[in-house]
Design a protein around this ligand. Structure first.
Ligand code: ZN
Length: 186
């Protein structure tokens, strides 16, 4: 039993390190304040435009969340879990459309800022608008990482890491299970 526990801890550590892409988050402090530099999306999204999205507060009890979500979704969104690399629905999704929060349906990311990071998780260089997500310091597992959560329902989406070669120089490493994709022309 103890062995199992150690094994699952190690597996979690491997997943986290893999998501971290081997890079240290020495730029963590910068990532926490970079939200303003993210360009505001101005394309029309069939009513999904930054200035038409209202962020309200959504709060639910633990029991309500458990009723609403599958156990796997609950683990990611409400317990800040991480799904396996390359074994998730959206990492290789190249279709045009919008990614909504799996907890409250707020439109968060668009395929316009999605890129292939090779990490096995869906990666974006910016949300549709910086007001749609919040950044938090995550000190679990002896590391300091920047966690990204939905601004409306506080559900865990993933983490933000420095990444060279994209306009914002940061990668939003997200869990597919935290998102619902709707295909549309954008
Ligand atoms: Zn949400």
């Amino acid at each position: 039993m103890k062995k199992m526990k150690i094994l699952s801890f190690l597996m979690a550590a491997v997943l986290i390190l893999a998501c971290n892409d081997g890079k240290k988050t020495e730029k963590g402090a910068t990532l926490m304040t970079q939200a303003e530099e993210v360009p505001v999306q101005t394309h029309s999204y069939d009513s999904v435009t930054a200035d038409t999205i209202d962020v309200e507060k959504v709060s639910r009890t633990k029991g309500e969340w458990k009723q609403l979500l599958s156990p796997e979704e609950y683990e990611i969104l409400r317990e800040a879990g991480t799904e396996p690399a390359f074994r998730n629905v959206y990492y290789n999704n190249k279709k045009q459309g919008i990614y909504y929060c799996g907890g409250c349906n707020l439109p968060l990311y668009s395929s316009n800022t999605k890129f292939d990071s090779g990490t096995g998780w869906p990666s974006f260089y910016a949300p549709i608008d910086s007001k749609l997500v919040k950044r938090k310091i995550d000190r679990r597992y002896g590391m300091e990482r920047v966690e990204v959560v939905c601004a409306q329902c506080d559900s865990h989406l993933g983490h933000i890491f420095p990444y060279e070669g994209v306009p914002t120089e940061e990668r939003h490493c997200l869990n597919s299970l935290a998102l619902d994709f709707k295909q549309m022309d954008i």
